[in-house]
Design a protein around this ligand. Structure first.
Ligand SMILES: [Zn+2]
Ligand SMILES: [Zn+2]
Ligand SMILES: [Zn+2]
Ligand SMILES: [Zn+2]
Length: 353
């Protein structure tokens, strides 16, 4: 068994400018803080395979390979389609995972860490323009002001309706404009997930004392209950803890609940080379992980996103919204550097039913 401690991730509010790419953040929501600022994925890559809408940035985890010089900086990005109808049980076709890595000496950032100075200049003029709304690569621009860029017609129309209509004429007068702002606009708030810093720390064995465990478990239980469809077998009442009473429980779910009860508000578990904490028994041979398509080497489990994240980004409770039980991310074991700057990795979406 794997005895090394698991790192778990919590969310904290943070001023947007402190989540700029130069600080190599782990974060949820808002715009992606790209690592390689030049060789961005195309808008086509970030399009939902099911409905063709632009995928929306969900989160990124900064996870360097300390012993590999070409991954001194390394981030994993997750994008998801926000249409509930594209979200199907135990199917991750509405999600894409991208890995990007850089040497300590690279074309974008200084060798030494940046100071936390809000007014520090970080010129972006040499890099591709980003969508004013969602922060992904933007091949087209507003034909009136020629200063605002978009990934898609859909986001251009939305931005026009939600504010650009007023800003556009002002922008036409101005001589300079930074079209690569990582700060979320008012219009952006209508489609992006709420922005948080993701703090990743070692899981301790003790139950957390400064949070209301029962209240957090209640929230999670409610979330999972509303999503339950079929009933699960192997219910053993004697095994139920007080906070899972009333839920259809299998042994795996029971273990899942006990483990997360230590830190009910965790949104991520990072355990590179370990095994995921599944939410339920795997019924249909879910876990087939293909080899890396760039180096053909093996992939390994790296981290998982927990269903609690849904509580923090204001989705998951309405009908027909996106949801998940567990999102397990598998990445190239060697963290190879072949292929494009943003390399696709494998994700398994496991649902409670
Ligand atoms: Zn879709
Ligand atoms: Zn966009
Ligand atoms: Zn305009
Ligand atoms: Zn590889």
């Amino acid at each position: 068994m794997n005895s090394k401690p698991v790192d778990i991730g919590f969310l904290e509010e943070k001023e947007s400018w402190l989540l700029h790419p130069r600080f190599f953040p782990s974060k949820v929501g808002g715009k992606p803080a790209w690592l390689d600022l030049k060789n961005l994925p195309s808008s086509k890559e970030l399009t939902c395979k099911k409905c063709n809408d632009p995928l929306i940035f969900l989160c990124q985890v900064y996870a360097p390979y300390e012993d590999k010089s070409d991954s001194f900086h390394r981030s994993i990005f997750i994008f998801i389609c926000k249409n509930g109808s594209c979200c199907q049980s135990n199917c991750a076709d509405n999600i894409i995972v991208l890995r990007c890595q850089l040497s300590r000496r690279n074309d974008f950032y200084s060798f030494e860490p940046y100071k936390e100075d809000e007014n520090e200049e970080f010129p972006m003029s040499d890099f591709p323009k980003l969508c004013n709304l969602c922060g992904t690569r933007a091949p087209s621009h507003c034909s009136k002001c020629k200063k605002t860029y978009y990934c898609s017609r859909k986001h251009q129309i939305l931005d026009w309706q939600k504010g650009h209509k007023e800003d556009c004429s002002n922008l036409q007068q101005e001589t300079t404009f930074n079209a690569n702002n990582f700060i979320v606009t008012e219009a952006g708030k209508s489609i992006l997930f709420k922005e948080w810093e993701l703090i990743v720390d070692e899981e301790d064995e003790e139950e957390a004392t400064n949070i209301d465990t029962n209240k957090e478990m209640e929230k999670l239980t409610k979330l999972l209950q509303e999503k339950k469809g079929g009933s699960l077998s192997n219910i053993d009442d004697a095994e139920l803890e007080q906070y899972t009473r009333g839920l259809p429980v299998d042994k795996v779910f029971n273990k899942f609940s006990k483990r997360i009860a230590r830190h009910p508000e965790q949104v991520l578990r990072y355990d590179r080379g370990g095994t995921p904490l599944w939410i339920t028994e795997n019924k249909n041979a879910l876990i087939h992980v293909p080899n890396c398509q760039y180096c053909e080497g093996e992939r390994q489990f790296e981290f998982q996103i927990m269903p609690q994240l849904l509580n923090f980004i204001n989705v998951g409770l309405e009908n027909n919204s996106i949801d998940w039980g567990v999102l397990a991310i598998y990445s190239c074991k060697n963290s190879c550097n072949q292929g494009p700057a943003y390399k696709e990795e494998h994700i398994i979406k496991q649902d409670l039913n």
